[in-house]
Design a protein around this ligand. Structure first.
Ligand code: CA
Length: 226
């Protein structure tokens, strides 16, 4: 799960980012309006944490921009401004939730899980394909009801492909989703492909019925077809 944290206060941003990374989210940070806008336009996120008062512009304008671009990201506003007007404006502009600073990190974490659960799995906290079942919020994967041991990245990859079954999966998009946009600066895709290879082997060894097939030059397809 990939989260964009838009917050200009360094200390708070570090605290939130660190805490969410511990919970195994991929967290990217934007420190002002301009950087936030660029990331929103360029990448896809599962959830955006949005401060309202930002250098260079308002978080509410970013929210309107998201809507104009027909983006489906979950948005949780995190704001020091406890004004009812802001709250109403934010929720009317399509924010999913609103949290007033200061807040407990545990509260933020619960809100994130709640919006992700609501939209991503349409209320159902598991995804099934073939004989595989995963529980994204618990990082749990089962094959024929038996637990499958995966490292964090392998789970993130599995979650990604479980949401994109029977269609072409672009390997660059997947890498960006799973590893964050730092991949832009990195030419080390070998590491990524090694993780994917490990996951394929684990699925195969555990008797998974779907197979992650490599499609030459494009990426992958996760399918039950032979
Ligand atoms: Ca601020």
């Amino acid at each position: 799960m990939k989260i964009l944290l838009i917050e200009d206060e360094l200390e708070l941003r570090s605290l939130i980012a660190e805490s969410l990374r511990k919970e195994r989210y991929v967290v990217e940070e934007a420190i002002d309006y301009k950087e936030a806008l660029l990331k929103i336009e360029t990448y896809k996120y599962d959830c955006i944490l949005l401060d309202i008062t930002l250098p260079g512009g308002s978080g509410l304008d970013l929210l309107n921009h998201l809507k104009e671009m027909h983006k489906k990201e979950n948005v949780i506003i995190i704001s020091a401004r406890d004004s009812l007007e802001d709250k109403i404006a934010g929720l009317e502009s399509g924010a999913d939730d609103y949290l007033t600073k200061p807040f407990h990190l545990a509260e933020l974490s619960a809100r994130i899980r709640s919006v992700l659960r609501r939209t991503q799995q349409e209320g159902e906290n598991k995804i099934c394909f073939g004989n595989i079942t995963i529980y994204p919020t618990d990082y749990k994967a089962l094959i024929d009801g038996q637990p499958l041991s995966l490292n964090r990245k392998e789970f993130v990859i599995l979650h990604y492909i479980m949401n994109r079954t029977d269609r072409l999966i672009d390997k660059v998009q997947m890498a960006e989703h799973v590893w964050g946009d730092h991949i832009d600066q990195s030419d080390n895709y070998d590491f990524i492909y090694a993780q994917i290879k490990n996951l394929r082997k684990k699925l195969k060894d555990a008797g998974a019925t779907p197979e992650l097939k490599a499609i030459y030059g494009v990426g992958y397809k996760f399918t039950l077809e032979n």
